[in-house]
Write a protein of this length. Structure first.
Length: 135
């Protein structure tokens, strides 16, 4: 999936955007439901798996595409993120003035692996993921 990573350098993000939101990885790229195709990216949808101890974690995820501020063609997403089967972001559709959505939820990991996917989304782009253990 490394071909799906895109640093969006040179893009002027909306006021208030976090620096970490100026990078992204396409979770779905070039499938029939993904909108514009990715010319150099992996065409198969991907997921992340993190090897970690069982327990509760606070998961924060940001989705969006800074380049949509200057190119309306990049507002064709329905960003969706699920962690351990729990929906964090559900079909967020960006606009040129509302580029990003961020969500935080607690999830429980069992089996030593946390899975994060974009099932149910369209052209989902993750900016960053923060994982924090909950005591």
């Amino acid at each position: 999936m490394s071909d799906n990573v895109r640093p969006t350098s040179g893009v002027v993000a909306a006021p208030g955007a976090e620096p970490a939101q100026l990078t992204q990885i396409n979770m779905q790229c070039g499938s029939p439901t993904s909108g514009n195709t990715c010319f150099t990216g992996t065409k198969t949808a991907g997921a992340f798996e993190y090897k970690m101890a069982d327990g509760k974690y606070k998961v924060t995820v940001s989705v969006g595409d800074a380049s949509a501020s200057t190119n309306a063609n990049n507002t064709n997403s329905e960003h969706t993120i699920n962690v351990e089967g729990v929906n964090l972001i559900n079909k967020f559709i960006p606009t040129q003035t509302n580029l990003f959505q961020k969500a935080t939820k607690e999830v429980t990991v069992t089996g030593g692996v946390m899975t994060l996917d974009a099932k149910g989304g369209k052209n989902t782009k993750i900016n960053y993921i923060i994982l924090e253990p909950v005591n």
